[in-house]
Design a protein around this ligand. Structure first.
Ligand code: FAD
Length: 642
């Protein structure tokens, strides 16, 4: 059957990429269809129920600043919140939450079901409709043909997915879900460059059979409990619970080594490359043979279940080895395994074959996002989904001839967002192992903090149409309060003649010798906003007490003002650096340039540029093997009008 309605954007897959893609496109007014295997698994977490962490938390805040669902759903579902790197600089501070997986799915589904312009449909997609070279829709398992002007594919680990437990293996998209085999075959026919990756998950345990008294308790941050979303409140959180820690030991390691000859990883059954930063326990024991013990976090999967996720023992060893290795650890001597651990191999597509909007170069209208682009992680998937959803909707606007400021696509710069870093890394460098976000990937990380994601992105999000009125109002109030408070501090002067020496020593550590404004004083390493304000409101400085004037905005506003003051030197220097490289970064390369005919470049560089066809000189410089010298030669060639 041909479904009667034509959609602007069809999203295939209801995981973290697909749900954000569908929500973003629909928020922008695109008539959007989300086609997925099973409505019950919308927003399902395939692996551990936790969101955020260093680098990943930054992405979640950016998704949130652009009106996405992940952060606010985590606020509604989070059962433990922590700020990681809390004692380090603000650039690397990151929020991490343990979520109740049932509450999380419900929070995502509620948003999807209540989103105007969005339709949900449960069916496996087996085929794509292609006319000429352009995608025009998708066909489901029972032959329903949905027409759409763009299609965003977010099939995660499902394309030709194969699960491994020991030497046994079978086809699946993840445990309990079917694989996408026909769609994988169809994509192979399109000859888009692809290969295999793998990832794994640990066995899950029944908490009633764990002796927690033998484990170390790990509570979350309780005073105050962090929130993820800029629109979130701690009062949204359900009950908070602790996690627990146990350790592997020499016996555990012996048991694991004893299973190596039946490991699909070591016997060559698995060919796909796995995530280096989230290795299986057998990989850890093999690679770090000298390490006597590894920490294992026992994380609750929810409030209404006894299921525990033992973080650190992801494995595809045979079940009998899993059983023994679990029971070799303190507190787990009688642990019952509820679900075996496994590894999964799946198809991914070389992201270098994508344009900087995530549209495939070879099939106009077809966008890829999430794990199928070679990444790993919910947060990386959500960020890509939101990005692809925005770009698919922008393309529809352009097809309609509707003018906007974006000209048919949008990509944040590397100095604007981790999202920009993620997309740029993927399309210019590709991947050799599952890609995950780290703060070290961002060269301008002092600017790309969690705390200022809204300041960096919400205005653009509003212009794109993904930020609703409530979020925009809240953001505008915060932005204005930050600017008012900064101005107030800059225009409030403290004169040593009016400030008794003992008061100066109490607040500032020493007597001041000449007049300073409050903003300058706040730049001093030992002077905090709160202590500075204790100078205020009294006889020394006559001005309103800002805590009262800022009302409930006080904490986030003060945070912004304080960071701006404390790091102003570094931030200004970084801004100068960005400005210096901006011209080179955004220098547009002609789309029809024949790199093979540029004699000044080596054959290798010519071939790489011809293959990847970067949009800008900045992107060209990040393609591996394209040296700064080659970039200078390319620039000279272009300036000569070559
Ligand atoms: P998914 O969450 O996989 O969602 C894909 C969606 O598409 C599903 O809803 C599926 O039903 C649907 N779908 C697929 N094909 C079709 C089709 N043909 N028709 C209709 N619907 C379709 N990440 C980490 O960061 N660390 C880890 O340790 C880790 N371990 C993992 C272990 C396992 C076993 C698995 C399966 C995943 C693991 N992940 C891990 C990855 C994490 O789950 C993914 O990064 C994330 O879920 C990717 O999101 P996604 O939206 O791209 O895809």
């Amino acid at each position: 059957m041909n479904y009667p309605q034509t959609f602007d954007v069809i999203v295939v897959g209801g995981g973290h990429a697909g749900t954000e893609a569908a929500l973003a496109a629909a928020r922008m007014g695109a008539q959007t269809l989300l086609l997925t295997h099973n409505i019950e698994t919308l927003g399902a977490m395939s692996c551990n129920p936790s969101i955020g962490g260093i680098g990943k938390g930054h992405l979640v805040k950016e998704v949130d600043a652009l009106g996405g669902a992940m952060a606010i759903a985590t606020d509604e579902a989070g059962i433990q919140f922590r700020i990681l790197n809390g004692s380090k600089g603000p650039a690397v501070r990151a929020t991490r939450a343990q979520a109740d997986r049932v509450l999380y799915k419900a929070a995502i589904r509620r948003r999807l079901e209540n989103q105007p312009n969005l339709w949900l449909f449960q069916q496996a997609v087996d085929d794509l409709l292609i006319e000429g070279d352009r995608v025009v829709g998708a066909v489901t398992q029972v032959g329903i043909a949905f027409r759409g002007r763009t299609v965003v594919l977010t099939a995660g680990t499902f394309l030709d997915g194969r699960i491994h437990v020991g030497l046994d293996n079978y086809q699946a998209g993840r445990a309990g879900d079917p694989p996408a085999v026909s769609l994988s075959a169809r994509l192979k026919e399109l000859k888009l460059p692809q290969a295999r990756l793998k990832t794994g998950t640990p066995p899950r345990l029944d908490g009633r059979t764990i002796d927690f008294s033998q484990c170390e308790e790990q509570p979350g941050d309780l005073e105050p409990v962090p929130v993820f979303s800029f629109m979130g409140r701690a009062s949204m959180h359900p009950r908070q619970v602790p996690c627990w820690i146990t350790h592997t030991n020499a016996r555990t390691h012996d048991i694991i080594r004893g299973g190596f000859d039946r490991s699909p990883m070591f016997t060559g059954k698995i060919e796909g490359v796995g995530p280096r930063y989230c290795p299986s326990v057998e990989d850890k024991i093999n690679r770090f043979a000298g390490k006597e013990s590894h920490q294992i976090f026992l994380e609750p999967e929810g409030l209404d279940t006894h299921e525990i996720y033992p973080n650190g023992i992801s494995t595809s060893l045979p079940f009998d080895v899993q059983y023994e290795l679990v029971r070799s650890m303190k507190g787990l001597e009688n642990a019952h395994i509820l679900r075996p651990g496994y590894a999964i191999e799946y198809d991914y597509f070389d992201p270098r074959a994508l344009k900087s909007s995530f549209e495939t170069r070879d099939v106009p209208g077809l966008f890829f996002a999430g794990q199928i682009n070679g990444t790993t992680g919910y947060e990386e998937a959500a960020a890509q989904g939101l990005f692809a959803g925005i770009n698919a909707a922008l393309q529809c606007r352009q097809l309609d001839g509707r003018a906007d400021d974006f000209g048919g696509s949008w990509l944040p710069r590397r100095d604007e967002a981790y999202l920009g870093v993620l997309v740029d890394d993927l399309i210019t460098k590709g991947i050799t192992e599952p890609y995950r976000m780290f703060t070290s990937r961002a060269e301008y990380r002092l600017q790309l903090r969690e705390d200022n994601a809204d300041m960096r992105l919400t205005e653009t999000g509003r212009a794109l149409g993904v930020v609703d009125d409530a979020q925009w109002d809240a953001f505008s109030r915060k932005r204005d309060a930050v600017s008012r408070e900064t101005e107030r501090l800059k225009s409030t002067w403290v004169n040593p003649r009016n400030l008794p020496a003992e008061e100066s020593v109490r607040v500032l550590g020493k007597a001041i010798e000449h007049e300073h404004n409050l903003f300058d004083l706040l730049r001093r390493p030992d002077v905090g906003y709160a202590s500075l304000m204790s100078l205020d409101g009294g006889k020394h400085v006559s001005i309103d007490v800002s805590r009262e004037t800022l009302g409930e905005l006080a904490a986030p506003v003060i945070e912004q003002v304080e960071i701006a003051a404390k790091y102003s030197g570094y931030i200004d220097r970084q801004r100068d650096e960005v400005e210096r490289s901006a011209h080179y970064e955004s220098f547009k390369l002609p789309p029809d340039l024949d790199y093979l005919q540029i004699p000044a470049l080596s054959i290798e560089v010519r071939q790489k540029l011809q293959k990847h066809r970067p949009d800008t000189l900045g992107q060209a410089g990040r393609i591996s093997g394209v040296t700064p010298a080659a970039i200078s030669l390319l620039l000279i060639h272009l300036k000569k009008g070559g």
